[in-house]
Every structure is written in C-alpha cells, then in structure tokens.
Ligand binder design. Sequence first.
Ligand code: ATP
Length: 265
Amino acid sequence: MTIQTKNAMIRFENLRQEFSLSGATFTALDGVNLDIADGEFVTVVGPSGCGKSTMLNAAAGLLDPTSGRVVVDDIEVSGPSPRTGVIFQQYALFPWLTVRKNVEFGLELKKMPAKERRVIADHYLDLVGLTRFADALPKELSGGMKQRCAIARAYAVNPEILLMDEPFGALDALTRVHMQEQLLETWTKERRTVMFVTHDVDEAVFLASRVIVMAARPGRIYKEIKVDLPYPRTESMRLSDEFARLRAKVWEAVYHQPDAKGADE
Ligand SMILES: Nc1ncnc2c1ncn2[C@@H]1O[C@H](COP(=O)(O)OP(=O)(O)OP(=O)(O)O)[C@@H](O)[C@H]1O
C-alpha cells in the first residue's frame, strides 16, 4: 500500500529492512511507502513484530536500510539529526542531573550559553507542567513525570520531527490518558510533525489525524484510517459514537487481518 501526500516532511520510499538472524536473513519491512505531512500527527499500530519500531528507527537514522530510503524535508536520512527528536518507552533521563539540567542537556551540547539554556528549559518545563520539579532528580519523579521531562527535553532542541516509540507504554491506564491529553496540548501550542508508535488502539485514535495499521511477515503497511475528529481532542470525544466507530475500525484492521499472527509467533 502506497500513501503519498503533498508537502511530506517524512517520506518512506520503498523501504526494505532485512536483519541477519542466526545466519538467516529476516525481512522486517518490505515495500514501505508512506508520507507524513508537515505538522501532522500520525500513529502507527499493528501486531507485535510487524516492524513499527524498525520503521521509526529508520526515520531516526538509527538503521541502514537494505533498500529504499527515508527522506526528511527532501534530504535522505543517513544518521541521527538534531532536526529529529526521539522518545522511547524507557525514560532515557540522566539520573545524576536535575530535571532542568536534563532538559538543558541537548542545548549544552550545542554550546548554548547558560542563561539562554535556562530560559528555553524553563519554557518547556512550564509547557509540560514540571516547573515545580525543575530542581528535582529523576528518581523523585513518577513515571508520567519522567516522560513529560523526556518530552520537554526533546522539544528543547527545537526539532521539526518527534518520533515516539510507545512513550506511554510503561504507565498505568489513568496516567496514560492524562499524558495523551498533555502531549496533544503541547503539540497544539508548538506543532511538530509526529510519528507515534503504540500498541493501544484507543491511544492511536485519540492522538492521530491518521492511523497507519501495519501487517507482519513481512512488515508492511496494511491500512490507513483517517481520524476526522477536530483538535483539541476532549474527553467527551473519547466517549462519543464517532470515536467508538473509529476504534472498532482500527481494532478490526489490527486484529482481523487475513494473517493476524504476529511475526514472532
Ligand atoms: N536489530 C535487529 N536485529 C535482528 N532482528 C531485528 C532487529 N530489530 C528488529 N528485529 C526483528 O524485526 C522484526 C520487527 O521488529 P520491530 O521491533 O520493528 O517490531 P514492532 O512492530 O515494533 O514489535 P513490537 O510491537 O513487539 O514492539 C521483529 O521480528 C524483530 O525481532
């Protein structure tokens, strides 16, 4: 399935990714074509092992594609770039640095003067609601707060793209819902192009303007489901008939594919 849009910020062009596994070649992704428009919020779902993280890692420049390529704003991705912020499920915070210092980290690497760094860090800490915890250490934060810190840190270096791999996967259901609302609030105020990988069908529908459903063996795009709910998304939308209809549609596409087993089974 090929999905192309005008003004793509991220373009997957016929991406194929093979891995060597105990001497054998395993095709994790095959023929992936997808455009994500500037400022769009796209979620990616699919059975375990269908290559969601592989796709995201390719966009992050963490993989060398077997063939095809990923293009960001007309430039081929050949390695990690400051234009792209990546947030994983594990809170990749430095435990010995305060929350503010964690957010400032990328700016320090850029050799930005301390005063400027602090202004930017404090802006993003405010945006994610962590101002009161600026001087705390990561161990003093809850899981949700740690991920908010990771989001502030990713935003601080001003990337055009945010790649998020199951960022709320380790959180309890209630915190997860709050985090989804908070992320959308941040994204509405400071819009970036987002590709967000998740296992959670509700999360995929609530966040995205477009849900990409993948299939396994080999990993490929199976379906695209448009979410025509306006932003800002609200709790009442989550409980609406339209949301239920979209959830059912995505659920059907994920769990009732012609060959619905995960690649690992
Ligand atoms: N570096 C690697 N070396 C070998 N095989 C890999 C590597 N990375 C991923 N794979 C394999 O590629 C397939 C796709 O993995 P990937 O993590 O992208 O899937 P996923 O859809 O994100 O899975 P999940 O939903 O379980 O996280 C899996 O079978 C995995 O074992």
